[in-house]
Design a protein around this ligand. Sequence first.
Ligand code: CUV
Ligand code: SF4
Length: 628
Amino acid sequence: MAKDTRTIEELSPWEDARRMLVKAKDEGIATVWDRLAEQTPHCSFCDQGLTCNKCVMGPCRVNPKGPKRQLGVCGADGDLTVARNFGRFVAAGAASHSDHGRDLLEALEAVSHGTAPGYAVRDTDKLARLCAEVGIATLGLDAASQAKALAEHFFEDFGTRRHALSLLSRAPKKRRDIWDATRSTPRGIDRECVEMLHRTHMGVDCDPVSICLHAARTALADGWGGSMIGTELSDVLFGTPRPATVEANLGVLRADSVNILVHGHSPVVSEMILAAARDPEMLAKAKAAGAAGVNVAGLCCTGNEVLMRQGVPLAGNHLMTELALVTGAVEMVVADYQCVMPSLVQIASCYHTRFVSTSEKARFPGGTHLEFTLENARDKAREAVELAIEAFTRRDAGRVDIPTTPVSLRTGYSNEAVIEALGGSAEPLLAAIKIGLVRGVVGIVGCNNPKLPHDGVLTGLAKELIRQDILVVVTGCATVAMGKAGLMTTEGLEQAGVGLAEFCSRFDLPPVLHVGSCVDNSRILALCGMLADALGVDIADLPVAASAPEWYSEKAAAIGLYAVASGIMTHLGLPPNILGSELVTGLALEGLEGVFGASFVVEPDPVKAAEAISRRITAKRLALGLND
Ligand code: CUV
Ligand code: SF4
């Protein structure tokens, strides 16, 4: 097997990761880093986005600068090839978030019909607020009828018959005008994804710029559509997050308990697993099997979902998912979908660990498939917990190593909770921004990527930003990184600049606020819309930025693009596979500025990235007539 030439110390800064990397090596277990080494160097055509397999006249490798093969068999040049690939990449990401959003919509509908036992509307106020927002008269409607009406309304947003998605109303008028003028107003969530597949079929849209603009429209359909609906309905069904202190890292696993890891993205399955694990009957069964209890911990975004709402500890982020199993202390991984490495099935089989898939659309051969539906979820969750208890009896104590003790982090900062923490309105934050106590706000989001030092770019960037009085909001896998770095409690204020520390202390906030999972990036969009409206400006005028320092997924590309198309400059720690086209790369790095008032910055070095972001924030502050 090819070896990663980096030392374990270079791969990850964390004690828990390093200990498990050593253990994996000792036990002969390959990880994502080993497989990356085997795949390196990557195919240079693919790396640049210059391969095409969209028809069987090909596949083609396009070499724009070469003596030969400047065009694919159909005549597509490098720019078109890169644009078509990137368009489909973004559409896949937007489709993933949005299909997840649709699952929440189906759950809400089933709850309204009484056909989803165990699920309920937990936040009736939010349900009523959303109904009012989209124009559903709630007078005389009970919660079930409101849920039914709201579900029907949002289903329409997925279709093809609207001219604009309903929650676009949360964006400032100026922004909506820009979208209209550039024909990037998303009409239907599914429609934009499907249209991207259509446009990129051989012989449809052959203009790379036009494809990129449609990519922006598709991404906007995710951010202000599929993801936003997913977030809002998750709050309605499972409760709007409120501040709480929780624990994170592999130390949250318990040697004496049945450990179940929930992994994936949707709260629909993980909430049920949690409910079953907390059932006294299950606890009794666990005790009978010799365990002290049933301990549920989260991975990745589903972990963020149950962390935000239920205080469930977070075992780790993307690059920790394999290593969590290497502890030998995990009885079960329950996965729904997205970002679940197929390798987990193989690694689970090296231990007593059971890998359970739950979604009809995400099957993992070699694992145990317990198909969850809205009707059977409560029973299936109990079945899963019973299987985990059974697995506990087969645990090999000699192979268990739970490294480190957990760190604490504060969570639960939904927009509602932030406003409540500020005393009922966003005014104190705006005032702090105006006088420069808080210079700006940056969303740091997204994944890990084994090509980069684990969590290194994420935490390096966050530390630089808070030092420069920039408030950071985080979602997804970035959360665990910030928590481990100690930035998500008020103790983290020691690392913040004087102004930010003063502001945060006044409202008892940490310098890095946890706003949720990847779909919850929509909370950041909504917050930006709110702040811009309060100031009477466009989102592009705000001293804000976004960053996905260690991103890897198609979804992250969609997030980055909807941020840019919403007017938010976005930093990426590594580029998407577009460098084979100067045209597309130029558009991403500069051209979009002229269209949407924001573009991408690619920079792997966290300090340099912070400089670029800080410069941007200064420029926006000066343009608003504020100090720098
Ligand atoms: Ni959706 S998309 S690795 S779990 S943040 Fe984590 Fe988050 Fe990226 Fe995936
Ligand atoms: Fe080749 Fe064109 Fe077919 Fe792509 S669509 S595989 S470039 S012939």
